[in-house]
Design a protein around this ligand. Structure first.
Ligand SMILES: *Cc1c(COP(=O)(O)O)cnc(C)c1O
Length: 369
């Protein structure tokens, strides 16, 4: 059987009765849009974070778009983030008419290099957007201090960091708002698209609720523009409620997969395994390793019917679609160097030890270890 970096079927077969019951529950509820399941999921996901507010939306990209707009970010504003991220982080900033400003990442852990933020702040900077990449948090103390000192908003991109902790504090509870994706591969994944924005600020919560609902507060009266139709689907919300109860178990499963990789691959010269930044608990959304001959390794593993992935092969600032931002090649050297060497190994909680052993031994033979 072919092996991919992610596969949901094993998990579906284990959870099938619960997932199908979720679907049936919604279909029998008599309310298909913004019904009881969305409301309950929002309450439960907020409670998981000990926050008062969660607004379910249609995907993680729009969780960022609405999050930025709810925080008052729009045309003419600059938002400081990283180029070593999933493109949607930057697509969302662009979509609200703001200008993405990139800082480089740290070579050790691929996370935003917070020592570079201050130099990137201009009179137009309005928001810092740290991305808790691959399952662990950006160093938040300097982010929050700079935000305080310069009067900036902080939106956390938590699409890869459900349940991750930073000095004991949950990802998503440190900024003014935080955006989550429930894309199926994520640590908490739906059976389709989904997202949410959480906040402790009642005004931001009210903005988010209007923004996802055409800009209306009540039927059918628009109070603010731009509006969107960005509601979380009722079926996905009910599935997410069931899966939220298992989130900590999913994370434990991912940590076990990571532990087996460390045990099986930790001694291979030239292969760099993930490192944990100080104060972090990793939730291992993806298991990103590094090797100077990345493309040869990927190709060789294909021959074993093991198909690896690269998150991400092209730094956002080098993409044609963002050429207008004016970042030339060489402008973010660490990001660019990493992009040539990183690749991801299979990582999901239901990955069996058998399949993982095959990946480990194939890698060992390809790397002559
Ligand atoms: C997945 C992801 C997104 C976008 O989420 P979608 O639900 O796919 O729109 C945004 N940012 C990061 C870092 C992601 O990994």
């Amino acid at each position: 059987m072919s092996t991919y970096v992610w596969n949901y079927l094993q998990e579906y077969h284990e959870e099938r009765a619960d997932i199908l019951d979720a679907v049936e529950t919604v279909f029998e509820s008599g309310q298909l849009i913004l019904g009881k399941s969305v409301e309950s999921f929002e309450r439960e996901f907020a409670a998981y974070h000990a926050l008062p507010h969660c607004v379910g939306v249609d995907n993680g990209t729009n969780a960022i778009v609405l999050g930025l707009q709810a925080l008052g970010i729009g045309p003419g504003d600059e938002v400081i983030t990283v180029s070593n991220t999933a493109a949607p982080t930057v697509v969302a900033i662009d979509a609200v008419g703001a200008t993405p400003v990139f800082v480089d990442v740290r070579a050790e852990d691929y996370l935003m290099d917070t020592t570079r933020i201050e130099a990137a702040i201009t009179p137009r900077t309005r928001c810092l957007l740290p991305v808790h990449l691959y399952g662990q948090c950006v160093e938040m103390r300097p982010v929050l201090e700079l935000a305080e000192r310069h009067g900036l908003r902080v939106l956390e991109d938590c699409a890869q960091a459900h349940g991750a902790r930073h000095h004991g504090t949950l990802a998503g509870t440190m900024g003014h708002a935080a955006a989550f994706s429930f894309y199926p591969t994520k640590v908490l994944g739906a059976y389709g698209d989904g997202g949410a924005t959480v906040t402790a600020d009642p005004e931001v919560d009210a903005n988010l609720r209007r923004l996802r609902y055409y800009g209306m507060e009540q039927q059918y009266y628009v109070v603010r523009t731009p509006g969107h139709n960005s509601r979380l689907d009722e079926v996905q919300a009910e599935i997410l409620r069931r899966k939220l109860r298992r989130l900590d178990a999913y994370i434990a499963g991912r940590r076990e997969v990571a532990r087996r990789y460390e045990e099986g691959l930790g001694d291979i010269p030239g292969l760099v395994l993930p490192t944990l930044a100080e104060g972090n608990d990793h939730v291992h959304y993806v298991y990103v390793v590094r090797h100077p001959e990345r493309d040869r390794v990927i190709e060789a593993l294909d021959a074993y019917d093991i198909h690896l992935n690269v998150s991400y092969r092209w730094p956002v600032h080098t993409m044609t679609g963002f050429a207008h931002l004016g970042y030339g090649k060489g402008s973010l050297p660490v990001t660019e160097r990493l992009a040539d060497e990183i690749f991801s190994l299979p990582m999901y909680p239901s990955l069996t030890a058998d399949t993982q052993d095959k990946v480990i031994s194939a890698l060992r033979s390809v790397l002559d270890a």
